[in-house]
Design a protein around this ligand. Structure first.
Ligand SMILES: Cc1ncc(COP(=O)(O)O)c(C=O)c1O
Length: 401
């Protein structure tokens, strides 16, 4: 377990400040480049920033587009100066004031997704009132609250001659994450057929298909893993086999971001209770939750970093627990590790996606994990400190008591 690969930057191993996320921006940029290369020009790449907004700037530099799903995500892009033409503004609920502000400020440089007939009416009305042409991707539903069913999409496409100020770029489709490659074939086949029907029935030839493949990231040691070049060659062949001849953009978060992030946590207490060894960590499930983990039984990829550099010879079984007030705060129910000491650290891998955004950070009012960026050019740089959350869990103004 403890052969630490050379791909992990040396500074990650010597950092003594935890809990912390470590994001290797060079690795992320390289992953986007490699993914694009393996796709053999069959598709453009869109990074869904919800997976990890800290990677937004790197993605803006390397990917073709960014999928942005809320006013907060949009403000992140605006602060970073992301080029507006790269932004697909998505989201099942879009507030009228937010859309209007965006349309006034950006004059239609970005793309909007359309998730419902109501959202279509709103976008159409704002476009008219603000005298601003807009570009739209109509979201086709996979059978949940997102997007519209085929009939509703057809209705919008049928009505398009009435709205010359709107450009109907094509369809957006995303059905879920951690999907096996085989299910993509069925989905893409269906989309291809539907795009063909829109042409046959309404003479509408979509220019674009923005498709979220939800590609699988192997998080656990027992997960079957397909070499990335094989997986992407398969996806590329699938895309190449479609009748649809417009531009395809793959909208992805997890697959691009997960391998580029690490989570560092330290052992703060050790005890043996009723025959079980427990290591209490300064992190926990509020920072790190691998999708598909069940009862902390599955072994993620992680490395043990002994405080004094030398692991003890004796191996013991530990339960690795966080510091929340719940018996569920277990990162790993059974870890065979060299005899642990306080100050030993654990470096969890594949923690670049949905860690900073999905944790239950506010529980127990603990400070946020620090965030570090790493690049070969600048080494390790602190991107966010251990910001307190207690200020969020109480009124700002004590006079309200
Ligand atoms: C519309 C949309 N696109 C893309 C993504 C990214 O998905 P993944 O991280 O599985 O690639 C999501 C995730 O929720 C999404 O909702």
């Amino acid at each position: 377990m403890n052969e630490i690969p050379q791909t992990i930057p040396e500074e990650f191993l010597s950092l003594n400040s935890s809990p912390a996320y470590l994001f290797d921006l060079d690795a992320f940029a390289e992953r986007i480049r490699r993914t694009r290369g393996y796709l053999k020009e069959q598709a453009l790449l869109c990074y869904a920033i919800k997976a990890n907004p800290f990677l937004t700037w790197t993605a803006a530099a390397c990917a073709d587009r960014l999928e942005v799903c809320s006013p907060g995500e949009l403000r992140i892009c605006e602060r970073l100066g992301v080029p507006l033409e790269k932004i697909v503004l998505s989201g099942v609920w879009k507030d009228e004031d937010d859309i209007r502000r965006t349309v006034r400020a950006w004059r239609g440089s970005n793309i909007f997704t359309v998730e419902s007939a109501g959202q279509f009416d709103l976008l159409r009305r704002i476009s008219e009132e603000e005298h601003c042409p807009l570009r739209l991707l109509i979201r086709l539903s996979s059978g949940n609250q997102f997007g519209m069913d085929e009939e509703a999409v057809r209705e919008i496409i049928r009505s398009r001659p009435s709205y010359p100020q709107l450009t109907f770029l094509g369809l957006q489709f995303y059905s879920g994450t951690q999907k096996k490659a085989a299910s993509l074939e069925k989905e893409l086949g269906h989309l291809d057929e539907f795009l063909g029907e829109l042409y046959r029935d309404f003479g509408y030839r979509a220019e674009e298909l923005e498709y979220g493949p939800g590609l699988f990231v192997p998080y656990f040691q027992k997960d079957a893993s397909v070499p990335e070049e094989e997986l992407l060659a398969y996806v590329s062949d699938l895309l190449g086999s479609l009748s649809f001849s417009g531009t395809i953009t793959l909208e992805m978060g997890r697959y691009l971001a997960a391998p580029c992030g690490y989570y560092l946590t330290s052992v703060r207490d050790i005890k043996r209770t009723r025959g079980q060894n427990y290591a209490i960590l300064d992190g926990g499930i509020h920072h790190l939750n691998y999708y598909g983990q069940t009862m902390a039984m599955k072994q993620p990829f992680f490395y043990y970093l002994p405080k004094n550099g030398q692991p003890a010879k004796d191996i013991l079984d530990y339960q690795l627990c966080g510091a929340l007030c719940t018996a569920g705060d277990v990162l790993l129910r059974r870890a065979a590790l060299p005899h642990l000491h306080c100050g030993d650290r654990l470096l969890f891998c594949r923690a670049g996606a949905y860690t900073v955004t999905e944790g239950i950070y506010l529980f127990l009012s603990r400070d946020l994990p620090q965030v570090y960026f790493w690049t070969a050019a600048h080494g390790l740089v602190l991107a966010r400190g251990a910001d307190p959350t207690d200020v969020l869990n109480a009124p700002r103004d004590s006079s309200v008591y």
